[in-house]
Design a protein around this ligand. Structure first.
Ligand SMILES: [Zn+2]
Length: 177
């Protein structure tokens, strides 16, 4: 049985390497991953500019606006985790259930404009705290992913952004599934 709990191993076994859906490579370096997050968030803003946010795809569980809300929430949560570590806080962090969070926040009741504002603020905070985080060594221990370096965190976050950008493109008919 494989006991390698590395992010690259988890990502590869869950999605393939590169991800068989969005094409993300789990070995993406920190600087490339950081730039990717910024680029993808800008691309999401462009993709949804002519969207109502209500569009859906039969194979996907969320609407366009829900994916925008999720990407923003996920970046904000990871920025908060990294900020806590920088502040001398606990290095143990816990996963969250994204489906429960979506229901609790009533994603489909949030205006697309507001979701995009939240996403812009979240990516700014995320970028700021990543830039101040140590680039070597373990930065936190995640209850499900194990010990994480900054490189692992950036890879997880970059994949989440890219994968859901691909979901949004699929919903809007701009990507094949
Ligand atoms: Zn993917």
């Amino acid at each position: 049985m494989c006991d390698d709990r590395s992010v690259a191993n988890w990502g590869t076994s869950t999605y393939g390497n590169p991800c068989c859906e969005c094409g993300f490579a789990w070995t993406t370096p920190i600087d490339v991953g950081t730039a990717l997050v910024l680029d993808v968030v800008n691309s999401i803003k462009e993709q949804v500019a002519s969207s109502t946010g209500n569009e859906r795809h039969p194979q996907l569980g969320w609407s366009v606006r829900a994916y925008v809300c999720h990407v923003g929430d996920n970046l904000r949560i990871w920025a908060e985790r990294l900020a806590g570590v920088l502040d001398g806080g606990a290095v143990q962090v816990h996963g969250y259930d994204e489906q429960k969070l979506a229901r609790a926040r009533h994603y489909d009741g949030i205006s697309l404009e507001a979701a995009l504002l939240a996403l812009s603020r979240a990516v700014g905070d995320w970028y700021d705290v990543v830039a101040r985080s140590p680039r070597s060594g373990v930065v936190m221990v995640h209850s499900e992913r194990g010990e994480l370096t900054l490189s692992d965190v950036v890879a997880l976050n970059a994949h989440d952004c890219l994968h859901h950008y691909w979901d949004i493109e699929t919903i809007l008919g701009r990507a094949e599934r």
